[in-house]
Design a protein around this ligand. Structure first.
Ligand code: DAT
Ligand code: MG
Length: 141
């Protein structure tokens, strides 16, 4: 088939709120993604630093690492045709005010609280998808 895989993360403020979590999962399934693997875990500081290493030195880096390790996230391998691009489209823009303005129906438009607490993560290329799936699902890859 033409299925491609991407790594998705539902960030801690989504997982903490059962109503949001359920809504996000329903949107994922309605959008024709298959949830191939799912795990709920508290991302460690080491994992978050490695995962976001490209942003080391940015003003938001420490805030991002402490938010991402503040409670359980849900990590998913999602599959569908063109999954990487389609998942990023469904998430919407990184910055929450842009998401709310340009694509209010996107996940970040609906569920984002700030530029850091922007609801979801998605891999940005086939190379990063492989690397990110490897990091969080070493037993799967
Ligand atoms: P994306 O998550 O859309 O791939 P990114 O890779 O540029 O965006 O940044 C990773 C995460 O870092 C992003 O989801 C939230 C945080 N972040 C990025 N830019 C930020 C900013 N200007 N202020 C606060 N947090 C930011
Ligand atoms: Mg990114």
């Amino acid at each position: 088939s033409n299925a491609q895989q991407t790594l998705a993360i539902l960030k801690p403020h989504i997982v903490k709120n059962p109503f949001s979590l359920n809504q996000v999962k329903n949107i994922i399934l309605k959008s024709n993604f298959e949830i191939v693997c799912l795990k709920r875990k508290i991302i460690s500081i080491e994992e978050a630093e490695s995962f976001y290493s490209e942003h080391k030195g940015q003003f938001f880096y420490n805030r991002l690492v402490s938010f991402m390790t503040s409670g359980p996230s849900e990590l998913m391998v999602l599959a569908r045709e063109n999954a990487i691009q389609e998942w990023r489209l469904l998430m919407g823009p990184t910055k929450v005010f842009r998401a709310q303005f340009e694509n209010p129906c996107s996940l970040r438009g609906q569920f984002g609280l700030s530029d850091t607490r922007n609801a979801t993560h998605g891999s940005d290329s086939p190379e990063s998808a492989v690397k990110e799936i490897q990091l969080f699902f070493p037993e799967f890859s």
